[in-house]
Ligand binder design. Sequence first.
Ligand SMILES: [Zn+2]
Length: 322
Amino acid sequence: MAGAIYGAVDLGGSKVLSLVATPDGEVLARDRRPTLAPEGPEAVLRQIEDSLRAAVAEAGLTLAELRAVGIASPGPLDVRTGVVSHPPNLPGWGELPLRRLMEERLGLPVAVDNDATAAAVGEHAFGAGRGARHMVFVTVGTGIGGGIICDGRPYRGKSGAAGELGHIVVQTDGPPCGCGNRGCVEALASGTAIARRARELLAAGRAAALARLTAGGEQPTAELVHRAALDGDEDCRALLSEAGRYLGVALASYANALDPELIVLGGGVLQAGEMLLAPAREALFTLTLPQIRRDLQLELGALGASAGALGMVAELHREMPA
Ligand SMILES: [Zn+2]
């Protein structure tokens, strides 16, 4: 087979996604399985190896035929050393030398990057951001994260922590955020924030359609809030609209700071579609300065759940070509 073949893994708190791909992002095989995070690091490392081996076998290859393996991991982590430090979604990890441990298991060179940065690189290399010089990627899911592409490369900052886009403050003295501050966009527009606000509405006897959807004891989620809003629940519509507006306020801050050609949005909460996107777009294009706003695009990601793993393929191809 001509050219290098890469293995890539997106490690999440609940799922491991592995794929085998060519340098131009053609996916030859993929595997998806549970992370087994509650069982601790040893079980998770085994899941990564088993998942990767399954994808390699499905591609009709052996591990030794891979040029290298990239792992998109929850942070915080050090890209240079490949050490992951106390990731909130992976209990018991402490300071874990993920790169070294996986190199020992696989007998291959391994690169590790922050999952949101990797997803930004993936969308830039193979997805919605192809051809852009300056791009901001924002993922809205349980939390809000992202990555910044500056002059075609991920912008990492002095310590590698750049791109913590969920912790831009959009409401001084707003609700508490997991980071310890108040009023971060993550505390107002993430799936977790929408669910928390929905619980408050239900406790106050509001959101009648959502109350019907959760009558069996289900916890309200952003997805159920969206479904209730589609059923005409005005409280849920207002909730999504408010979350969208806060998201747009944050997007405008990123745009005014970075003057990108393109902002790409990903993550499960975007399933709420225009109910969230329309107010976000309006706030973005109202609050950006005229020169910044001109030729600025807002688009949805094209790669879905594969963005992080494909970003690792792009990084490996740049760092470890055939
Ligand atoms: Zn925060």
